[in-house]
Design a protein around this ligand. Structure first.
Ligand SMILES: Nc1ncnc2c1ncn2[C@@H]1O[C@H](COP(=O)(O)OP(=O)(O)OP(=O)(O)O)[C@@H](O)[C@H]1O
Ligand SMILES: [Mg+2]
Length: 234
């Protein structure tokens, strides 16, 4: 697909497929178009040309709500929990959002207690979300995206602003979740991407530059040049 804002092609005949790996990571310099990929996947941005297929079905032009109902669920770059409500209540509200893939999965969401266990937030179930640490808020938000039993989770910079321990916990959490629901993760932190494992896709100027394992990507001279900025206009 191509996504164009004015004269700027933010996604330029991008061709991308997910599904062969429980975790796929989308990396690339600032402005490469990573968040725009998620915006397009979730129906917030319409492609100028091209198609978006989900389970073989053409969903190009579907509304964000319709896409969420199919089970493509997204955690935004900025945490958006309800600060005045408890951890449990945040999860309950998220479980009732239109994103719930009831139609898709044929059942309800995950049990709130199972999700708090998975998040390692069981002891803080009753705590007001506004009093959680930044890391705990990120985990709660991942849980809020996950509780409705989605088919795909899109996570935009889940480790942003986290310390090394919190970051490690987040990677572990995403790996656990990916056994139940495949995840696509945008991140800048290479240690984080490395600990996630899975497939890495390098986006540059709105197109796929390279795909492979982290080892393949890290040893690629073109990728290294781009991160050093030498090919920024190539
Ligand atoms: N709605 C919009 N209107 C105009 N330009 C936009 C819009 N959304 C994104 N852009 C531009 O598209 C380009 C790609 O933006 P995008 O947010 O997808 O990058 P990114 O790879 O997620 O970057 P970062 O790593 O900084 O989050 C940027 O130049 C941005 O300014
Ligand atoms: Mg972004």
């Amino acid at each position: 697909m191509t996504v164009q804002f004015g004269g700027l092609k933010v996604l330029n005949q991008l061709s991308l497929e997910f599904g062969d790996s429980p975790i796929s990571s989308l990396i690339g310099p600032n402005g490469a178009g990573k968040t725009t990929v998620f915006n397009a996947f979730s129906g917030i941005v319409k492609p100028s040309t091209g198609r978006l297929l989900f389970e073989g079905r053409d969903i190009t032009g579907s509304s964000p709500v319709a896409i969420a109902r199919l089970g493509i669920v997204r955690k935004l770059q900025v945490p958006t929990v309800f600060p005045g409500l408890s951890v449990s209540d945040n999860l309950k509200i998220a479980a009732q959002a239109p994103r719930r893939s009831h139609e898709a999965s044929g059942g309800g969401g995950w049990k709130i207690d199972d999700v708090t266990d998975l998040l390692h937030l069981s002891a803080k179930r009753g705590k007001i979300a506004g009093e959680l640490s930044h890391g705990e808020r990120q985990w709660l938000e991942i849980g809020m995206a996950f509780v409705g039993r989605p088919k795909v989770l899109l996570l935009d910079e889940p480790a942003a602003g986290l310390g090394p321990d919190e970051s490690e916990h987040t990677a572990r959490l995403i790996k656990e979740i990916s056994h139940l629901c495949p995840a696509v993760v945008i991140e800048h932190d290479m240690n984080f991407i490395r600990s996630l494992g899975g497939r890495v896709i390098v986006l540059h100027q709105g197109a796929v530059l390279r795909q492979g394992t982290m080892e393949e990507i890290e040893s690629d001279p073109v990728v290294r040049d781009i991160y050093l900025g030498r090919h920024s206009n190539a």
